[in-house]
Design a protein around this ligand. Structure first.
Ligand SMILES: [Zn+2]
Length: 338
């Protein structure tokens, strides 16, 4: 996906399509969406019917496979630690506190070997082969050297999109083999507006703490509220047996915009399941609960509820007691089920 502040970067990327370099190194500040930009560009390159501005159509076979993570001509190489969590823009520091063996934060030599093997085979669909590596600085010496060899003798029809926020850690020899592409950070206004739309409270403070990087700010905000947000999602999943008043009591510490934002995403997923337009986009792990809830209501009621949520969001920053707002919204949610 493309963030609202990435329009110009997207145009600059698209302009490169006429004479695509073998390797493009996207670099810039952490937490501004470089990885998502690279993935979106990769999807656009593989798409069979890209839009006029080069964006992927999201409907063709290639886009479908890409979305499912199994396009045969697309390879992504990243540390295991990033494979596990969805989201989380390349920030290896904020790993989960799992007690099990921590997933690797480096890109292992074995992964580089598999990549080199994959690009050695011709493309499956007679188009381009696209490889995304992030963060490039997670490569160790041996892996970096092996990748460098491949970049020196680039396989035909293959594009490497390399992503890093530590360009100072990339080998000079690797740099010399790549076209460098500096990804612009968003303006403060754009970052604040986007954070608000994500339901983050106290956006100025969060953005400042994150050094102006909106994705870092979002993840930090979500991390703080994570336990309560999980509770909210599990309660929403109860559908017809949702206890609205108890939920409002338990969740009153959550910022109202975050609750409303979560409800909007939840309702979006319910609607797309109800209309049969797609699987869950925001809560893929809750597919079963979403399916049960969608089965206990209908698209008409869901659309009505979604519209009322939009109205609620207009007044979300009024100093009404959070608990009262939540009680009324939760009771409304409970009512949409038969
Ligand atoms: Zn497409």
């Amino acid at each position: 996906m493309l963030y609202p502040w990435q329009r110009e970067d997207w145009q600059r990327l698209t302009a490169l399509r006429d004479r695509l370099p073998h390797a493009l190194l996207l670099h810039g500040q952490q937490g501004i969406g470089k990885r998502d930009l690279a993935l979106h560009f990769a999807q656009g390159l593989l798409c069979e019917a890209p839009l006029a501005d080069g964006q992927p159509c999201n409907h063709c076979g290639a886009c479908h496979w890409f979305g499912q993570g199994n396009h045969p001509d697309f390879t992504v190489v990243r540390p295991e630690a990033l494979e596990a969590g969805e989201g989380g823009e390349g920030d290896a520091e904020s790993g989960s506190s799992s007690k099990k063996k921590a997933p690797s934060k480096i890109i292992r030599m074995e992964q580089v070997r598999q990549l080199i093997e994959a690009v050695g085979v011709g493309t499956h669909r007679a188009g381009l082969r696209v490889v995304v590596v992030y963060p490039l600085d997670a490569l160790q010496t041996e892996g970096a050297n092996a990748l460098l060899k491949t970049l020196e003798e680039p396989p035909p029809s293959t594009v490497f999109l390399l992503v890093t926020d530590r360009i100072d850690r990339v080998l000079p020899t690797t740099l010399s083999r790549c076209r460098q592409f500096s990804v612009a950070p968003p303006s403060a206004a754009a970052a604040l507006e986007w954070l608000r739309s994500q339901g983050v409270a106290d956006v100025e403070a969060q953005l400042a703490q994150a050094g102006g990087a909106p994705l870092t700010a979002l993840h930090a905000a979500e991390a703080e509220e994570q336990p309560l947000l999980r509770l909210l999602v599990s309660q929403l999943g109860a559908g017809p047996t949702f206890d609205a008043l108890a939920a409002a009591e338990q969740l009153q510490k959550l910022p109202v915009p975050m609750v409303l934002g979560t409800l909007q995403r939840w309702t979006y997923d319910l609607l797309s399941i109800s209309l049969g337009t797609g699987p869950a986009r925001y809560f893929p792990k809750e597919q079963a609960a979403l399916g049960r809830c969608a089965g206990a209501t209908d698209a008409h009621r869901l659309q009505g509820f979604a519209g009322r949520l939009v109205n609620h969001r207009r007044s979300e920053n009024h100093p009404l007691a959070a608990r009262l707002v939540m009680e009324s919204v939760f009771l409304d949610y409970r009512q949409i089920f038969r």
